[in-house]
Design a protein around this ligand. Structure first.
Ligand code: ASP
Ligand code: MG
Length: 418
């Protein structure tokens, strides 16, 4: 039997009516001849509620009990989905993570998959069951404790099952009808993409297009799982939504596929750092240890001040999320106190946003950076930091120009046109 994985996010199973609606989509695929593995999230809001319960009970909580509590929302929806399918006359049962078992590491609340043995579920399909409903987001450690995969982890569960069971496709049902060229709330010219390459999706996911958990896209790319993002609130068919797939499947792609943004960025500059071998390691080592997610890094050309007794110095600039600035500053002060680095001062700019244009077509096309910079200059938007990779160009700009910049770039690359 051909097999599909269908994943329903929190808003798609938010109440009994929506679970019924989702079950009808499963029924339609069963009618087309598929065996189906359904992965469910908790009803929307439930996981947050349970995180609140844990934090309200214990400040320095035991991570194992945190996982025991916050994983429970998925158990409820898995059971309810199985019941609803049974009511429709479909042979279905629910599976909690430990029953499959979904074996993970014991890194509680950020566990990784170790293995997903197929035997138990395959045996049920062989008995004539049509649907296995699996609780997303959870697993079991070698110690036999319940684990969770990190917020948004059900997407990753879905991809892992699609890989383990060789599914024809992994359909991610959500509250949007696909992946867009940019956030439709910023410009009504944003266009839904029919297809997008794994690598592009990875950049867009990590840049704040919050449709899919980043890890799920990484996993899909590694195992070449064709992923489809589509709405559970609309009539859907084989051509609905956006297919996230290998670039070979995309016949003609535009140079730029999308414009992403990240609103809460900060720019931190260490002024006149001593310029010597090992200085970057002495700065970014402590930042990494402090858990600061450094993104862009710029080191200026070294200068020796005229008349200075000091050796050459350089300014080192990096970006990180706004809410990590205090931690970054503390890590730098500690590094100074430990004699690892010296500098004349730290300058923090907390009012910046990052805008990125992404596209696999950039690999073979010149001039993307020029088009981007021209579009921003036409709007008088000053660029503070630039970083490029093979398929992405990112700039830091003043946050107040964020929307304007996204609109200007969307226009400049004519993303509204298919
Ligand atoms: N329910 C979990 C969360 O809210 C996992 C998921 O929905 O993907 O993060
Ligand atoms: Mg989600």
């Amino acid at each position: 039997m051909p097999l599909l994985v269908m994943k329903f996010g929190g808003t798609s199973v938010a109440d009994l009516a929506r679970i019924e609606n989702a079950a009808k989509k499963v029924q339609a695929e069963v009618a087309r001849g598929y065996d189906v593995i359904v992965i469910v999230s908790a009803m929307s809001g439930e996981t947050n509620k349970m995180v609140g319960f844990v934090e309200g009970t214990s400040k320095l909580y035991d991570a194992r009990e945190y996982d025991a509590v916050v994983s429970s929302g998925e158990n409820v929806t898995a059971g309810l989905m199985a019941l609803r399918l049974q009511e429709m006359g479909i042979a279905a049962r629910s599976w909690q993570g430990w029953q499959v078992p979904i074996n993970t590491t014991s890194a509680h609340s950020s566990a990784r998959f170790v293995s997903i043995p197929r035997d138990n579920i395959d045996a049920k399909f062989a008995e004539g069951f049509k649907v296995a409903v699996v609780a997303g987001f959870q697993g079991v450690s070698a110690e036999g404790r319940v684990t969770t995969l990190g917020r948004g982890g059900s997407d990753t569960t879905a991809v892992a099952f699609a890989a383990a069971f060789g599914a024809e496709r992994c359909d991610i049902y959500t509250d949007v009808d696909g992946v867009y060229t940019t956030d439709p709330r910023i410009t009504n010219k944003a266009r839904k993409l029919d297809k997008i390459a794994f690598e592009e999706m990875l950049e867009l996911a990590s840049l704040g297009a919050k449709v899919l958990q980043t890890r799920s896209v990484e996993l899909a790319m590694r195992y070449k799982v064709r992923l489809r993002v589509l709405s559970s609130f609309e009539e859907t068919d084989e051509n609905s939504g956006t297919l996230v797939c290998d670039e070979d499947e995309i016949m003609e792609s535009k140079v730029v596929s999308g414009v992403a943004y990240s609103r809460d960025e900060a720019k931190v500059t260490l002024v006149r750092v001593e310029d010597r071998p090992g200085i970057a390691a002495a700065i970014f080592g402590p930042l990494a240890e402090a858990g600061v997610n450094v993104d862009m890094i710029v080191q200026n050309i070294s200068e020796v001040e005229v008349g200075s007794s000091k050796g050459a110095t350089t300014d080192m600039t990096f970006s990180c999320p706004t809410n990590q600035v205090a931690r970054a500053q503390k890590a730098m002060e500690d590094a100074v106190a430990a004699g690892m680095i010296t500098y004349d001062g730290i300058v923090v700019d907390s009012d910046v946003a990052k805008i990125s244009v992404v596209g696999i077509g950039m690999r073979s096309h010149a001039g993307v950076a020029a088009t981007m910079f021209k579009a921003l200059s036409k709007e008088n938007v000053n660029i503070k930091v630039i970083a490029t990779s093979e398929i992405k160009i990112s700039v830091l700009i003043d946050r107040k120009y964020m929307e304007l910049a996204v609109q200007a770039l969307h226009d400049a690359f004519e993303l509204e046109k298919a």
